[in-house]
Structure formats: structure tokens, C-alpha cells
Design a protein around this ligand. Structure first.
Ligand code: MRU
Length: 364
């Protein structure tokens, strides 16, 4: 199966330099107002780009970290440098397991090699991780498409999908996870419309998902995070489709904070709640979602927002009274019992231990 290079969602937020000495990424902090790029030439720059949200989204931070390790090994590819590089990059963000997954894959590939062969092999492995991610997402799209087609048949009209955060092309190396079925459905002419949760505090929905859906010509409406329950009660949501940052062995799903509330509202209203999950996001070492480390981010993301002012300048403004204390848990856990299905590159999988074990053991 070849992936069409210029499908909607073919946006590539990470471009490895042909020279093998840098990666060029979209600096997502400026979207949707400016399309800026950043060149990352060292592991330190990659670490900072992940920590500071220049790049974000579970699969993308994994792939970017892989290139970071490859860059590090250009100057020192000894055992100590390899172990230190993996440890360092792993610490950039705690929740999305794709970061550890990509670095562990790199480590497995590189450890047995002589130091002199490691830098070239590391670059090749990072390229493979990035290329496979695009194929995996496209496969998630193919497996998710029938869900949208079935919803269209039931409704006999425009299918309304609700999504939270950005699990789009910008969060991956291409296509996105939750957006891949949407892009394929749109390309196939299926009439659909996406409710885009704004996703406070950083507004990844309003800023990123709306931007990329707009580029691809997918009809969408940005709503406040609190609108989902109301829309579902009105019969205006046919299915919820979100991404994930880590899925535990029992099928509990960790994703951007606010996802859990959408799942509760979906259950109360009989709306299917599907999670797009590349198997690189499955962490069977954790028995349930309670063990997933939830990133606590800066309170400033809560007390301030970024936007474009009337003169076209991108500025930050304060939205709380001086002195108010704010907390910012960046993710939450949706219990497996609220998840209708996990859409993986291998097909739809139930959010339960036995099905997930079969998936990783190749028995799905
Ligand atoms: O804090 P972020 O922007 O990195 O959070 C991203 C999400 O929560 C996404 O939904 C998740 O990574 C899935 S990306 C395909």
C-alpha cells in the first residue's frame, strides 16, 4: 500500500535535512497565525523543542527525539553517550509513551553496533520511525473510515464528528491519527463536519486542528470545551474521535485534559467514543491508567492566552485576576469502560487487556 503524498493532511511537520545533520520542524507555538520553521541541529535543541512545545503530539515527539539521539551520536557514539542521550531526551516530557518507545527502539538497534557505525544507523532508524509513522496513521485512517461511512449511512446526511486537542498531521509525521479517517472520508466525498474543541489551556484544537482542517478543506466549527455535552444532547454529534498519549494494559486511555469529560458525555448520550491508537502509544507495562504520569504544566498557560491582536501582532494576555492561583494538569485518563473502540493500524481493538495483549503479541 503506498500512501498518496499529497492527500489532505499530507502536511509534514518534521523534515529531516538531506545532509543528515539537522531536522526542520514547524514551530507550532506560532500557529495558526504564522507558519514558522525551526532548525534543530543538536540533541539539546531537540530536547528544548519538545519541552517547549515547538513540536508536540505523542508520535511527533517520539520521532523528533529519535532524530535528536541521531544528532547526538554524530559527535560521540560511545556506549556512555548513547545511554546518556536516551536518558536525557526521555526526560523532555513525561506523559506520551511514544517518546520512550522511539528512544528504546533506537537503543535496541544501536547497542549491538560498533561505535563507528552508530551515527549512520541512528539516522537511518530515525528516518524509518518517521516514515513508518505516516504509514501507521494512514492505516488507522483506513480502519477508521468504515466507522464514518456507517455513521453517514445511519444519518443519511452530514456526519458530525467531535474531536479534542490536536491528533492531526501536526501531532505526527503525517496524516494524524484521529484525523486520518476524517481526511480519507473527506477525500472519498463523504459529507462530514468536525466539532473542534478549543482545548484550553493551550488551545491545540482552536489553533492547530482548526488550522489543518481548514488547509485540507474539511468543514469544521470550533467550540468551547464545555459545549460537547450540550451538542451531544442535541443529537449533533455522531461520534467522538480523539487521539491518545498513553494507553495502559487494561485499555485506560490517557489524552489531553478534558477528554474524560467528553467520554462521560458520550456515554450518557449513546454516542460512540473512539480512540485512534498507534501501537507505539500502548504501554502494557502499566496495569491501568492510574499509573500513567500526568504532566503538570506551567500555571501561566492557564492564567494567560496567546492570540493575534487588532494590529496583527501575536501577543500574550492575562485572563485571570492578579494573584489568582492556577493549576494545569495537562492530561487526564478515560477509563476503558467508556471507550467504544481503539482504532489501531491493525484494525479496531476493544479497550480491554486480552485484546491489547493479542495486539502486541501479533494475535489480533
Ligand atoms: O500536550 P500535547 O499538545 O502534546 O498533547 C497532545 C495530545 O494530547 C494528543 O491528543 C495526543 O498526543 C495524540 S497525537 C496523535
Amino acid at each position: 500500500m503506498t500512501v498518496p503524498a499529497e492527500a489532505p493532511g499530507a502536511l509534514r511537520p518534521l523534515q529531516p535535512a538531506d545532509t543528515g545533520d539537522a531536522v526542520v520542524v514547524v514551530d507550532q507555538r506560532w500557529l495558526p497565525h504564522e507558519l514558522r520553521h525551526a532548525t534543530l541541529s543538536s540533541a539539546q535543541e531537540v530536547f528544548a523543542a519538545i519541552r517547549d512545545m515547538v513540536v508536540r503530539g505523542a508520535p511527533l515527539i517520539g520521532a523528533t527525539a529519535a532524530f535528536g539521539l541521531a544528532l547526538q551520536l554524530r559527535s560521540d557514539a560511545g556506549d556512555a553517550a548513547l545511554e546518556q542521550g536516551v536518558r536525557h531526551l526521555r526526560g523532555a516530557r513525561p506523559t506520551a509513551v511514544n517518546l520512550a518507545w522511539a528512544l528504546e527502539r533506537m537503543q535496541r538497534r544501536l547497542r549491538p553496533l560498533p561505535a563507528a557505525a552508530r551515527a549512520a544507523a541512528a539516522w537511518a532508524e530515525a528516518l524509518a520511525i518517521a516514515e513508518e509513522d505516516v504509514l501507521v496513521n494512514h492505516a488507522i485512517g483506513r480502519h477508521g473510515l468504515p466507522l464514518l461511512q456507517a455513521a453517514a449511512a445511519r444519518r443519511a446526511g452530514v456526519v458530525n464528528v467531535l474531536t479534542h486537542c490536536n491528533a492531526g498531521a501536526l501531532a505526527t509525521c503525517g496524516w494524524g491519527t484521529a484525523t486520518a479517517p476524517i481526511y480519507l472520508a473527506h477525500a472519498a466525498g463523504l459529507p462530514l463536519h468536525v466539532w473542534v474543541d478549543e482545548t484550553r489551556p493551550r488551545n491545540q484544537g482552536a489553533a492547530l486542528t482548526a488550522w489543518e482542517l481548514g488547509r485540507a478543506g474539511v468543514p469544521h466549527t470550533v467550540v468551547s470545551d464545555n459545549a460537547g455535552g450540550h451538542l451531544m444532547r442535541q443529537g449533533l454529534v455522531d461520534l467522538v474521535l480523539v487521539g491518545c498519549d498513553r494507553v495502559a494494559a487494561n485499555g485506560d486511555v490517557c489524552n489531553k485534559v478534558g477528554t474524560y469529560l467528553k467520554a462521560l458525555a458520550a456515554r450518557d448520550n449513546g454516542v460512540p467514543f473512539h480512540v485512534a491508537m498507534p501501537t507505539s502509544t500502548l504501554d502494557r507495562s502499566l496495569p491501568d491508567g492510574g499509573a500513567i504520569p500526568v504532566e503538570q504544566r506551567s500555571a501561566r498557560e492557564q492564567t494567560h492566552v496567546w492570540g493575534r491582536d487588532g494590529e496583527g501582532r501575536v501577543v500574550e494576555v492575562q485572563v485571570v485576576p492578579d494573584g489568582s492561583v492556577a493549576a494545569n494538569p495537562a492530561f487526564d485518563v478515560t477509563p476503558a469502560r467508556l471507550v467504544t473502540s481503539l482504532i489501531t493500524e491493525h484494525g479496531l481493538v476493544a479497550a480491554e487487556a486480552r485484546a491489547l495483549a493479542a495486539l502486541t503479541e501479533g494475535r489480533a
